[in-house]
Design a protein around this ligand. Structure first.
Ligand SMILES: [Zn+2]
Length: 146
């Protein structure tokens, strides 16, 4: 999925989480969910985050360990020692990325290093990707207004 689609969906998950009382609204939580939603693409040298940290993409395969549950589980465990809620926010952001990428033909290997891959048919950058982005932008506007 496109970078902007991941951001729009992460904002949607954030709004949903704080509107339902799962998390409290804070600037730190909002920033954390946005950052955690783009971390997985650090393994892609041509992605927004991968271009900022190209060393990671040079050594790791795209849609490998960074697109699995292994890293968020470790990160959430560490973050939760400071704040359980921030750990939850990180988990929500990271897994929102994995959920969207699981809809693409490349899919994700959630249980890395197992080869099993969850995948779909929505191509990154396709019309459907762009429509999903605008759908979540619209839902976010409605969600903020409610
Ligand atoms: Zn990705």
């Amino acid at each position: 999925m496109l970078f902007r689609t991941h951001i729009a969906f992460a904002v949607f998950v954030y709004i949903l989480a704080f509107k339902t009382g799962i998390i409290h609204h804070s600037f730190l939580s909002l920033m954390l969910i946005l950052v955690s939603a783009i971390i997985p693409d650090m393994d892609a040298v041509n992605s927004f985050t991968g271009r900022r940290l190209p060393a990671i993409g040079r050594f790791l395969a795209h849609r490998g360990i960074f697109h699995s549950l292994l890293l968020p589980i470790v990160a959430v465990t560490l973050i939760s020692t400071l704040s359980v809620e921030l750990g939850l926010v990180f988990f929500l952001g990271y897994t929102s990325h994995l959920l969207l990428d699981s809809l693409t033909p490349s899919g994700v290997r959630l249980f890395y290093p197992l080869k099993f891959r969850i995948k779909g048919r929505l191509a990154t950058g396709s019309l459907q990707d762009k429509l999903i982005f605008w759908l979540f932008v619209a839902l976010n506007c409605v969600g903020v207004a409610l």
